[in-house]
Design a protein around this ligand. Structure first.
Ligand SMILES: [Fe+2]
Length: 249
């Protein structure tokens, strides 16, 4: 793993202070013998492909997980392989040229790994926010006045995304924020992703066609508030547990 720490740290540093980037990119900071190939694998869905019906169809879940997410994992592994070769060759231009691919495919892997875990079958205990997410619900009510007020604002942010992107509820220090990200840009700075909603067309179009607002309306039936509560109360590193589990040295 190029001695860069985790992928999350690496992606965070792409937008980080110039000094940190220079430390990472400076050849004399590396013990080249420590640089090894690493691969990520597709994490299994924590439920059946049809478990989120009728709100997200089995067909969408199958294609989304097995094809789209797999493609991000494959793209990330290929880019990281190239990065290892570029670092070993002290080819700084090649290392820089690979960064957009790592950001896109690495972000795609991070985002989808977080997304699967923050969904659950409708009607399950995990989707009952009042029962399983008392701390988070209180915090949301503190910021937006009510859960309904939060859902309204979050839904508007999702529907307002132009092109492909994601909507996230994040913990930023002691407060909560709604943020949207473009393409596969992940939440890898200081904010803690609580839950995200995939707003790429591949996430809904086969079922909802152009009626994006209906997908957004129905997503509330399958949000896993238990996972959201754990992310809200836990440490930032815990959020990326699935990502670490998908890492093979
Ligand atoms: Fe997706």
């Amino acid at each position: 793993m190029v001695n860069l720490g985790t992928l999350v740290q690496y992606l965070a540093l792409q937008g980080g202070p110039q000094q940190q980037q220079q430390q990472i990119l400076s050849g004399d900071q590396f013990n080249m013998s420590l640089i090894t190939e690493t691969t990520y694998t597709l994490p299994s869905l924590p439920y059946a492909y049809d478990a989120l019906e009728p709100h997200i169809s089995s067909q969408i879940m199958t294609l989304h997980h097995d094809k789209h997410h797999q493609a991000y994992v494959d793209g990330l592994n290929a880019a990281l392989k190239g990065l290892v070769a570029a670092v070993k060759a002290n080819d700084l231009p090649a290392q820089i040229a690979l960064q957009p691919r790592i950001r896109f495919h690495g972000g795609g892997h991070i985002n989808h790994a977080l997304f699967w875990a923050n969904l659950a079958p409708a009607g399950s205990e995990e989707t009952n926010a009042d029962k399983v997410a008392g701390g988070l619900v209180s915090a949301i009510e503190g910021v937006w006045g009510s859960m309904e007020g939060f859902r309204k604002e979050f839904g508007a942010a999702l529907v307002g995304i132009q092109g492909s992107g994601w909507g996230w509820l994040v913990k930023d220090g002691q407060t909560l924020k709604i943020v949207t990200t473009k393409d596969q840009d992940p939440i890898v700075g200081g904010e803690v992703p609580i839950f995200g909603v995939d707003m790429w067309e591949h996430a809904y179009y086969l079922q909802y066609l152009n009626v994006k607002a209906k997908y957004v309306e129905n997503i509330w039936n399958v949000i896993n508030w238990k996972t959201a509560e754990e992310r809200f109360l836990g440490e930032r590193d815990d959020v990326f547990e699935a990502l670490r589990a998908a890492l093979k040295f």
